[in-house]
Every structure is written in C-alpha cells, then in structure tokens.
Write a protein that binds this ligand. Structure first.
Ligand SMILES: *Cc1c(COP(=O)(O)O)cnc(C)c1O
Length: 415
C-alpha cells in the first residue's frame, strides 16, 4: 500500500507532505488517505464478487462524515450500533436499505428511528429485544426485518476486551437458545425473520475462528430450513485484523472469503460482512509534536502534544502502534517512552521506542484510522484533534479542531 511512504526523507500521505498538513492545521492531527480506504474496501468487494453480498462498514471504527461519504460513493452499506450512527450515515447520504443495526442495548427510540428510515435488518441479540422490537414495529404499523445474532462460543484468539463470541461475553444469543428464539420470532406478526449473524471479535488474524463460527451458523440455517424457517442472508460480522507491527500479519481477505464461501456451499444466502478496522485502520495516522524530552532515573520520556484522550488504544489494550519521525533528521537515537500531557500514568502512546528526535520534531503514529479518533474524549478538558482527508495531491479539513469554549458551553453555573 502506497498511502503513506517516504519521499526524500519526508513522510507523505499520497502526494501530500505530512509536515505541511501539521503546519497548516496544527497538532495533534489525524490524517486519512482516501485511496487507502477505497483499496481496503475493494478487497472485500473483489473477494466476494462471485456471490450476492453486501459490505456493511462498521461505523463505530471511524464515523467521520467524510469517511462515510467516501464509502457511500463506493456503494457501501453500514453496520450501526446506535441511533446516533444512524443519523450520521443518513447525513452522509447512506442508503437505509443497506444499513444493519447491531448492539445489545437498542432503545425503543432507536428502533423507531431505524424502522422509520427503513433499514435492511436489525441484528437482534436477545429474546427480550425480540419482543421489544415486535412491540415497537406493531405500534408503528410496520414489519421489522430481523436477523438473530448468535453467540457461537468460539475463541477469536484476540485481546479479551475485543473478543465477543465466547459464551461468557454479553453479545448474541447462545447456541442452545437460538432455535427457540427463531421459533418465537417466526410467530410474531410484526417481525420478518430474514437472517442469521455473528461477530466473534476484533483484530482476528486467523481463519479458523471464522470457519468454526460460520459452520455452526450454517448448521443452524439448515435446521431452521427443515422446520420451515427459511433465511435469506448470513452476516458473518467483521473483525478482520490488520498488521500493527511487522511481526503480525493482516488477515488475507481473499483467503478469508474463500473460507466463508466454502462453509456456505451452494446455499442461496446473501453474504453480509461488517468490516470496520480493516477498511480504515491502515488509512489513518496521528501526527503529534514533541514538546519536551526528559529523563527520570534511567528512563527517557518524549512528552508529545497528543495524549490518551486522542488515542486510547495503547492505554486501554496495551496496543502497539508504530511511531516514527515525520522528517528524517540527524539526531541522537535513544529509547523513549512516548507519553502525553494527561495526568495519568496510563497516558502513553508507545513504550521503549528507539527514536532519533529533538524537541519540536513531528512524530507520526501509524495505523490510527480505526478506534482512534472514534474513541477520543475531552478528558483533562482537551479539545479533540482536527481531521484531514488526503486525496491524491489535495487535502481537505473534514473535522475542525474543537474550540475549548465549546467544551463547557452546555454547562451551567448555579443560580
Ligand atoms: C465492532 C463491530 C464490527 C466491526 O469490527 P472490526 O473489528 O472493526 O471489523 C462488526 N460488527 C459488529 C456487530 C461490531 O460490534
């Protein structure tokens, strides 16, 4: 992928120098490559082209309107987990008929809004939700399209916080209960039982967990069909992993698709897939400037202007993301902990990194397109970063840096 590369020692996004973007917009700054997003999305489209399919980008990975817009133009569908995400997708011009709605805690208002918009399917995660959805649909005089999210109890072999397909996780309906839920759902007049889905976790780099999960789902599809409950789609979820460091390989999407399709065989099922991280993860970087270099005892610290409120993954999951200087400059190399200004010892972006840097240098944190800006907060009353989209030789501001006054504009002094 050529989305980020070096030219005469300077790191570029497509044909734009990252240093010029930092100069123009300040730091911390998120930069996305439009072509990288398009290429990653097209890997799914190519891999699944031989079968009816729908790619529903998981909006929670990065919900910036310009990213949604980029995907709308490719014909993408969307996987949403809240009424807020529904609004964003519609604001970006997404087609309601290509939206699936996941999540364990859908509220009645969210269900009503999704029914009103006319979404493709609700991925229902419990019996109670099935009843609630039936009530809301009946009250609105419409029929809700439904898939049941199955918890297949397979180990995704990923970080425990992003593993979702084990029976101790809160997600989905257990294998033992699912048949009964389907029978109940089929009897509710305001529901149209269309599909089956699962999502076993995130950052999966092996095929076996997918193969195991899809085989279990297909077995259930066959049993339902024998009972006269015919499904028209199988939604295999997202979770396709990317390579954060050279030692871990990203999932091969063509191989993944072959494995899914082999398990489905010649059954007439549309394939829905919900990739988030894979589509945007490598397409984004976070630029940050070194404020201070300091040493405590035998530890060297690079204090930078981005923090855990901008990029939570290292603090939350001990995630490792590559950090490198934007310009290759003659500096002394040292082992640094790269830390932010937030008052928490968990506020680090990388530990024990060998870097040749000086104060005021610009750093690039790679693989920051997914679960990065989307998880940012205003902790320590820090304004959230600006976001820029690069397209060839052009760049566009797609989210302005927050203004501090706006952070407490909805707060009130006592009378
Ligand atoms: C988060 C999520 C996804 C996307 O996961 P990635 O690891 O980003 O691909 C897909 N489906 C559901 C239901 C999710 O919760």
């Amino acid at each position: 992928m050529t989305a980020f590369h070096r030219q005469a020692g300077s790191l570029m996004s497509e044909q734009v120098a990252l240093s010029s973007l930092a100069e123009a917009h300040g730091t911390p700054l998120y930069v996305y490559s439009r072509s990288a997003i398009e290429q990653a999305w097209k890997e799914f489209a190519d891999a699944l082209q031989s079968r009816p399919h729908l790619i529903c980008y998981a909006v929670k990975a990065n919900s910036n309107l310009a990213i949604l817009d980029t995907l709308v133009r490719l014909g993408s569908g969307f996987d949403i987990v809240s009424g807020g995400e529904l609004k964003r997708v519609l604001a970006a011009g997404g087609q309601p008929g290509k939206i699936v709605f996941s999540g364990v805690g859908k509220g009645e208002g969210e269900m009503a809004a999704a029914l009103e918009a006319g979404i493709r399917c609700f991925n229902v995660e419990s019996d109670s939700e099935l009843s609630r959805l039936a009530e809301v649909a009946a009250a609105h005089g419409v029929i809700a399209p439904v898939s049941l999210r199955i918890n297949p109890d397979v180990d995704a072999r990923t970080h425990p916080y992003i593993s979702t397909g084990l029976k101790e996780n809160k997600f989905g309906i257990g294998m033992d209960d699912a048949m009964a839920s389907y029978r109940r759902g089929a009897e509710l007049a305001s529901l149209d039982i269309r599909g089956i889905d699962c999502h076993i976790g995130s950052q999966l780099t092996q095929l076996e967990p997918y193969a195991d999960a899809v085989r279990l789902l297909i077995d259930m599809v066959d049993r339902l069909s024998a009972e006269g409950i015919a499904l028209s789609h199988i939604d295999v979820g997202g979770g396709q992993g990317i390579s954060y460091q050279q030692s871990d390989e990203s999932l091969d999407i063509a191989g993944w698709a072959r494995c899914i399709m082999a398990a489905i065989g010649d059954r007439k099922l549309e394939i829905i897939v919900e990739p988030g991280r894979y589509v945007v993860g490598q397409a984004g970087v976070l630029l940050t400037r070194v404020e201070y270099l300091k040493s405590n005892a035998d530890r060297h610290f690079a204090v930078v202007d981005a923090a855990m409120n901008d990029l939570l993954r290292p603090a939350l999951y001990s995630a490792w993301q590559a950090i490198e200087p934007v310009e290759t400059l003659p500096r002394e190399a040292r082992m640094y902990d790269v830390v932010g200004p937030v008052c928490e010892s968990a506020d680090f972006l990388g530990k024990q990194r060998n870097l040749s840097i000086a104060e005021k240098d610009l750093l690039c944190i790679r693989s920051s397109g997914a679960y990065a800006f989307a998880m940012s907060s205003n902790y320590n009353t820090r304004a959230r970063a600006a976001e820029v989209m690069v397209d060839g030789g052009e760049s566009f501001l797609v989210r302005a840096r927050e203004d501090i006054d706006s952070l407490f504009a909805n707060e009130f002094l006592l009378p």
